[in-house]
Design a protein around this ligand. Sequence first.
Ligand code: NAD
Ligand code: TYD
Length: 335
Amino acid sequence: MKILVTGGAGFIGSNFIRLVLNKHPDDEVVNFDKLTYAGNLDNLKDIEADPRYRFVHGDICDVEAVGNVMDGIEAIINFAAESHVDRSIGGAADFIQTDVYGTYVLLEAARRHEVGRYVQISTDEVYGSIRDGSFTEADRLQPSSPYSASKAGGDMQAMAYHATFRVPTIITRSSNNFGPYQYPEKIIPLFITNALENKKLPLYGDGANVRDWIYVTDNCEAIDLVLHRGKIGEIYNIGGGNERDNLSITRLILAALGKGEEMIERVPDRLGHDFRYSIDCSKVTELGWAPARSFEDGLRETIDWYVNNPWWWEKIKSGEFAQYYQQQYSNRSGS
Ligand code: NAD
Ligand code: TYD
């Protein structure tokens, strides 16, 4: 199969491309990525010479550029997005442009070129926060951040293109991913690398907010399964079944790195901070998927990866990220 992966230079997309090339010897991948601050070709260094892999620099909002890579494409997997909640609070325009308009451009390309499958990579955040119980795919969308609202907009377009034009869409909504190559603005890589640099770990609010965590390759396996065996027109929740509050995760990271709790700095809460995410994953489990990593094993592997690969994250943290973090931090501490 010849697959167009958009956003393949990001965290989950690069892990997905690696999985496809390793698992499916006959598959070819075109990685189409704008290389925003989050896109990084270092994520793919080990596979860039593979003859079945090709990188194309482009924006999913650019109709012509997307059209130019569609030759022979049998499936589109759309990972491309602006993906960070805090950045969406700082300004939502890029989120709406890429996550909604960009998705529309890809759906139009899928329609015109009659691709066999279109997988829209979405998030559990579109359901919003839930105090008790878990959301199923049938629950209504109640996004509360500009990020999750833009992702919900993309989902709606995918559903509409299936209903109206029979574009063969499938949506996956996963919980919080963690693992190698995650940009260090997200809590787990930020806290690991800050601890390694002896910098404070900025914990929002009281640290009681809960996320369900999934190791990135487990999500990639589920996406691969859904791509091949999922039912067209359906939505699949993909979660690790590991609900943890932020303070507990922070403590695990500090303990693993032999650091004390004085490294934690309580900072003012995120605006509109969703308290808890939780999804029911029976549908994807019935397809034959189960996560392979426990949270603790995945976290241990992730910490080891950041410890052993400072070449990857040190240049990120001293580049674009440094300015972003300073801005973010001074906003929160009110100085
Ligand atoms: P990321 O921010 O690490 O990577 C996003 C990638 O998309 C980058 O390579 C970036 O350059 C590219 N991109 C951005 N705008 C683009 C555009 N206009 N055209 C082409 N490429 C563009 O994100 P991630 O964490 O890998 O997330 C991938 C997808 O999974 C996103 O759609 C996100 O909403 C979703 N998701 C992420 C998580 C998570 O925990 N990280 C959880 C659930 C769902
Ligand atoms: P994040 O990794 O940004 O993912 P998301 O907001 O998409 O779930 O945040 C995960 C949780 O960690 C969330 O409850 C906010 C919290 N958090 C902090 O306490 N401090 C931080 O510096 C960051 C980035 C997040």
